[in-house]
Design a protein around this ligand. Sequence first.
Ligand code: MSP
Length: 525
Amino acid sequence: MPAGESFYITTPIYYPSDVPHIGHGYTTVAVDTLSRWHRQAGDDAWMLTGTDEHGQKMLRAAAANNVTPQEWVDKLVGESWFPLLTTLDVANDDFIRTTQERHEKNVQVFFQKLYDAGYIYAGEYEALYCVGCEEFKPESEIVDGTGPFEGLKVCAIHSKPLELLQEKNYFFKLSEFQDRLLELYKTEPDFVRPDSARNEVVSFVSQGLKDLSISRSTFDWGIPLPWDESHVIYVWVDALLNYVTAVGYGEDDANFARRWPAYHVVGKDILRFHAVIWPALLMAAGLEVPKGVFAHGWLLVGGEKMSKSKLTGIAPTEITDVFGSDAYRYYFLSAIAFGQDGSFSWEDLSARYQAELANGFGNLASRTVAMIQKYFDGVVPAPAEYAGRDRVVQKKVADAAAAADAAIEHFRIDEAIDAIWTIVDDLNLYITENEPWALARDEQQRGRLGTVLYTCAEGLRALAVLLSPVMPQSTAKLWDALGVEGSLGALTAQPIREAGAWGALQPGTAVTTLAPLFPRVEQTA
Ligand code: MSP
């Protein structure tokens, strides 16, 4: 994409009914990495995350803890959800809470418009509801309960009993949007990614759409419908609107025009809300549909979708306390094909930490800096003549940078990291092949030694730039050690799409000692 364009990207807004786990962290670091990449590419990047604070789930969590829902969300957001961003080193530009006035007020504006335009009508409703999903469940997601729930209908995702709800509701005429949605998926094949998600959505919509209940009248923890205050807006449609209210919908037209439409990254569990209901609501309101919806897979623990409600939840700090936030980010983003499910295990995490981060990237950085200190008094040597093998490195760096950027365009962070890692692997091999320690023993080889170490250091310069969206902390340390801030500027200001152009590192730059980027960890896990 051409530089300078708006790149507005969102995470789902999470339910603060409970504390965050590594699944929430996974989506958040993926979105953060994509937004950091685009920001570093000179795009007009904006990353939004936040919390989804209304609905029955929240009401019950608060009741179970003997506090009001507002007290509950304030506590959880303050004590757990804001700190998650620090824990994972996330550089979000905004954080929206659906209890904020900027949201509530403009959600009402939006629904009043839809009502005035005739897209909303009142009706009676009776259906099975899952509070865990905050959703009336379709037949296909209702199964027979087992164990304590024998004889009951349960939610296929939560395995908990469904509740039969019977009330007067307002409905959105979703059924009228089938053709326009199918047309959208056809004309914009990248609207839903990856292909597996797209196919699922197309087949779901092809089977016909039912109108959607958009209000509830049996409790009041939500945003009142402006024309009938005895109803609150259904939590899911309230939540979807965060993506527009956060950028000024209803009150700051200039900002809205600058940012909207967004890219949404979501877990595949909430794909239909984003790829079916959300664009239909926007079409009804006469607004642009999102630029795209990318559904990633589930983190599995012991073969099952990890979740707090099934007691498989792992807190992000359990990982970051031991391995650090860079390792968290690197591990989930590289080990799982973005868009597919992936199994988490402590063994896999520690093995990759050791092999790829400590021995691979970390060691490459430490020994390059140490050899420049030892053989050139800490000053980056000028390369003498480049030989064929040096040019192989140069080409690898250029190709990897281009491939990584192309992968990021497709939201394939894992492929981008794979491409970048070819530089790490090649430079480690290059050192083994060139044996700088042997060259150092021979005064005749002084020029060659300079070329080899310059090649390593310049490769590290490119690596720092390319990896900074994924691992902001260790790359910042490396940038410091390379001593390039003075000549090249801040790491996060390096144009990432030019990272592969050889020769940016100035010979004569003074390096400083680099402590191990990925220290040995105590194996307590
Ligand atoms: N509040 C809604 C979203 C509203 S968006 C307008 C919601 N919240 S949630 O707290 O349940 O978060 C769901 C999201 O968390 C998933 O879509 C996914 O991004 C992330 N994950 C939760 N569990 C996960 C896994 N086990 N694996 C991967 N991602 C997970 O749904």
